[in-house]
Write a protein that binds this ligand. Structure first.
Ligand SMILES: Cc1ncc(C[n+]2csc(CCOP(=O)(O)OP(=O)(O)O)c2C)c(N)n1
Ligand SMILES: [Mg+2]
Length: 526
């Protein structure tokens, strides 16, 4: 009879999962023994990097990503990254090696005590099989749970003495399973939504990351054009659901109750598709909706629908819903929204670039279908204003704001999308949370261009400090970090770009390279 080990690898292969992101310890060695040749192991030197790479890979491929961590310590190191994976609906299948079964009770070294509790509440499902024969079934459940909507990370703890045990006669049945999902609203529900849109005098569309995740961007464009709707991106945007140079595009809504209401003033119907209502951040209380406005929320996540404090909701697949809705929408007579004005030119400093000019240079030189992994917190608005994003899957930002996502996720995205150029735009603060990702970039020759915006500070916190009237907080600056030296130390080539010309030259070089390039850009605070 086949071993748990053999059946597990058949299951993974059958599910199209042949990349393992991991950082091993003794508990994981029996799983890695005889690692099949058609599989690829991507080593991260810290579990935050491992989970971040897998998160980027899952988000950009739309497929579950397999993670193998070391017991409790490895899981703990990955928890910060899990906050992002959870809010990004990222289908991570996280496994952790457990002590041998008979050694868990005595709490030997590396026993992961109450293992399924550890990653909660940042996983959809968490489990430790009760016996070795249940391991393949549990992993199958994990893969399907992660992939079925609403998607999200799952966790399985596996005792290391399970791998060479018999999997049982029927183990292959679990390998052969396929699960389909359909979530199309009924025609009555679709007609009702179409009627509400038709009856509104001044409707507005607010789009979220699920539109991009479900590749419904084109459908959103068709809806906006047919109804001539202004389109906002939902606050705290982790993806780009709508081309940001389209005339209907208005920008990203601010992440504050009062700010959203002010921006949507005058609209009588707010249709939110594929975003929570809403992902607030700054505390600026106020009315949830403008006077006289109604809200309809279309989402694939029933929990998201249930927790909103206002509006009606339709729970269903956002791609299927938009697709079904479009034939019911008659073209509007309204005037097409005016395209946004081109932002004004700004001055650079002495040996320091204005972030706006970094972005203009990038926009001029990057391939049209470049993918941006963005993690510089003080320049989010500037980036959306200045850098064109046209294709689905062009932008990834940490979905829970947990820093340490950018560098590893850029690598994971590049592994998932080898035909598109990935560009990491990372703050100097953010880069340090996951700096060892540079080693993986070099080791696997992942040809991402990694731009570090070195403003020597936690820039966004300076903005928050002003907003929260805290003028004396310590620990907000991060000067004197030599990112070029760090990159070279990990085996990544690096350039210092202290002028627009130097940046342009470095970018061109990076886009032509078959391995990673780090570009350190001294920048002015924004
Ligand atoms: C894991 C984690 N720790 C701390 C924070 C708090 N935080 C939010 S923004 C920020 C500053 C990031 O600085 P940097 O990457 O340099 O970007 P900048 O704001 O300067 O553009 C910090 C520390 C966080 N979001 N996540
Ligand atoms: Mg900074």
């Amino acid at each position: 009879m086949p071993s748990v080990h053999a059946v597990t690898y058949s299951l993974l292969r059958r599910q199209g999962i042949t990349t393992v992101f991991g950082n091993p310890g003794s508990n994981e060695l029996p799983f890695l023994k005889g690692f099949p040749e058609d599989f690829r192991y991507v080593l991260g030197l810290h579990e935050g990097v491992v989970a971040g790479m897998a998160d980027g890979y899952a988000l950009a491929s739309g497929r579950p990503a397999f993670v193998n961590l070391h017991a409790a310590a490895g899981t703990g190191n990955a928890m910060g990254a899990l906050t992002n994976a959870w809010y990004a609906h990222s289908p991570l299948v996280i496994t952790a090696g457990q002590q041998a079964r008979s050694m868990i009770g005595v709490e030997s070294m590396l026993a992961n005590v109450e293992a399924p509790q550890l990653p909660k509440p940042l996983v959809k499902w968490s489990y430790e099989p009760a016996c070795p024969e249940d391991v393949p079934r549990a992993l199958s459940q994990a893969i399907h749970s992660a992939s079925l909507p609403p998607r999200g990370p799952v966790y399985v703890s596996i005792p290391h003495d399970d791998w060479d045990r018999d999997a049982g006669e029927d183990a292959e049945l679990v390998v052969a399973r396929e699960i389909d999902h359909a979530g199309v609203p009924s025609s009555v529900q679709i007609e009702r939504l179409a009627e509400r849109l038709d009856a509104a005098d001044n409707p507005v569309l607010v789009l979220g990351p699920e539109v991009d995740a479900r590749q419904a961007n084109g459908l959103a464009v068709a809806l906006a054009e047919r109804l001539r709707l202004p389109v906002w991106v939902a606050p705290s945007a982790s993806r780009c659901p709508f081309p940001n140079r389209h005339p209907c595009f208005r920008g990203v809504l601010p992440a504050a109750i009062a700010g959203i209401t002010a921006h949507l003033e005058g609209h009588d119907l707010i249709v939110v598709v594929g975003a929570p209502v809403f992902r607030y951040h700054q505390y600026a209380p106020g009315r949830y909706l403008p006077e006289g406005a109604r809200l309809v929320h279309v989402t694939g996540d029933a929990v998201e629908a249930a927790r909103a404090p206002m509006g009606d909701a339709l729970v269903g697949d956002v791609h299927a819903t938009l697709e079904a809705l479009l034939p019911h929408i008659a073209p509007s007579e309204r005037a097409m929204p005016e395209p946004l004005l081109k932002p004004a030119a700004v001055e650079d400093g002495e040996g320091r670039l204005a972030p706006a000019n970094v972005f203009d240079t990038l926009d001029a030189l990057a391939p049209e279908d470049a993918i941006y992994v963005k993690e510089s917190t003080s320049t989010v608005e500037l980036f959306w204003e200045r850098v064109a994003m046209r294709e689905p899957g062009s932008y990834f930002f940490p979905a829970a704001g947990g820093l340490g996502f950018g560098l590893p996720a850029a690598l994971g995205v590049q592994l998932a999308q080898p035909q598109r150029q990935v560009i990491g735009v990372i703050g100097d603060g953010s880069a340090s949370y996951a700096i060892t990702a540079l080693w993986s970039a070099a080791r696997y020759r992942i040809p991402a261009v990694l731009i570090i915006l070195r403003n020597d500070t936690y820039g966004a916190l300076r903005g928050f400090a002003r907003h929260m009237q805290v003028d004396d907080a310590p620990g907000l600056d991060v000067p004197d970090i030599d990112f070029c030296a760090l990159a070279r130390g990990y085996g990544v080539e690096a350039r210092l770009a202290d002028s627009r010309d130097a940046l342009a030259a470095a970018l061109q070089e990076g886009f032509a390279m078959d391995r990673p390039l780090l570009i350190e850009v001294p920048t002015l605070p924004s």
